[in-house]
Design a protein around this ligand. Structure first.
Ligand code: FES
Ligand code: FES
Length: 168
């Protein structure tokens, strides 16, 4: 029997009717019009369907939509609303993606990593993105872009802090 769930999706309150057995990935794409989570393996192996659920990466192919009632979901559509983030810009500069199928999941996994570890090592980036498979690249440009974005964010924070300290 259908149930109406309420969730916060990319900053907006949304409600949607779901069947008890519908997975979140299908509901996002087919009922809520959010297409960035991709349909890959559908068994938790590839990371193409990655979302942020209450701020943590999650596989939307493994979660029943009904379980997300009352929770917050962020997809790539929600993090780039003011234009591309510095992380996304770094991915572009490094030509990190080719077909882009893996990109939304990688962007979200890297976003979460930089929030909890702003200056990751290459090994830490590889571990954080280990569940996001890419068929096209050798991963190195992806890793380099994440490290660069972390360093750039630190420079921005320092510049802001110095500007505040110098303000009259
Ligand atoms: Fe969900 Fe592959 S489609 S992990
Ligand atoms: Fe094609 Fe990653 S760029 S799967």
């Amino acid at each position: 029997m259908k149930k109406t769930i309420e969730l916060r999706l990319n900053g907006e309150p949304r409600s949607v009717d779901v069947e008890p057995n519908e997975v979140l990935l299908d509901v996002l794409r087919d009922k809520l019009g959010v297409k960035s989570p991709k349909i890959g393996c559908e068994r938790g192996d590839c990371g193409a369907c990655t979302i942020l659920l209450d701020g943590r990466t999650a596989r939307s192919c493994l979660i029943l939509a009904i379980e997300t009632d009352g929770h917050e979901i962020v997809t790539v559509e929600g993090i780039g609303r003011g234009g591309m983030t510095p992380l996304q810009q770094a991915f572009v500069r490094h030509n990190a993606f080719q077909c882009g199928f893996c990109a939304p999941g990688v962007v979200l996994a890297a976003t979460e990593l930089l929030q909890r570890n702003p200056l990751p090592t290459a090994q830490e980036v590889k571990e954080a993105l280990g569940g996001n498979l890419c068929r096209c690249t050798g991963y190195e440009p992806i890793v380099e872009a994440v490290i660069e974005a972390g360093r750039a964010a630190r420079r921005t924070r320092r510049t802001r802090r110095h500007a505040q300290e110098d303000a009259p």
